[in-house]
Design a binder for this molecule. Structure first.
Ligand code: ZN
Length: 181
């Protein structure tokens, strides 16, 4: 997949404070939870239960990340972080899997490829934040987040090693649904 990482050149604003960085991280992780959950629901609707289970698992990991950020910062679970414009360089935050990458017949291998790209974008995002951080505390926090995303990348790669790559005719449905939403 050759999706542009951050949608073209423009440098993104560097996080000016720990609050700002962790606020961005919280938004990003919440959006990752929401999207992985949405994809799991979507796959369940299509009775694609293996793929649904993988997305559900990823949502669980991202939820742990959300809770950890809240605990680290001493924030309430319903804290609202104002969204800064231009922070991602893309309409969606880096850790979400694009809806258009979904197919109701997709195999676990495809789901994991999509998750891999999302987790790699998240890792690259925090690497960039660490590189442009205003001070050492922000840099260290960004580096810690980057390390955790690298663990997600490693986890997805581990799963990928265990699932077969589908044949090229995987999207041919012998009994197509009458209508799709
Ligand atoms: Zn992650």
């Amino acid at each position: 997949m050759t999706r542009a990482r951050f949608g073209g050149g423009g440098a993104r604003p560097a996080p000016r404070s720990l609050n700002e960085l962790m606020g961005q991280a919280l938004t990003m992780e919440r959006e990752a939870v929401a999207r992985y959950t949405e994809l799991a629901d979507m796959m369940e609707t299509h009775n694609n239960l293996d793929v649904a289970a993988l997305f559900r698992k990823m949502a669980g990991y991202e939820q742990l990340h959300v809770e950890q950020i809240l605990a680290d910062m001493g924030w309430a679970a319903d804290v609202v972080v104002p969204r800064q414009s231009g922070v991602w360089g893309t309409p969606e935050s880096p850790e979400v899997v694009p809806i258009e990458d979904m197919h109701y017949l997709m195999h676990p291998w495809h789901a994991l490829q999509a998750a891999l790209s999302a987790e790699q974008r998240a890792e690259a995002f925090f690497a960039e934040m660490a590189g442009t951080a205003a001070d050492e505390a922000v840099r260290q926090a960004a580096e810690e987040m980057r390390r955790e995303e690298a663990e997600h990348v490693a986890l997805v790669l581990e799963w990928l090693a265990k699932v077969p790559q589908p044949d090229s005719d995987w999207s041919v449905d012998p009994d197509p649904p009458r209508h799709m939403d």
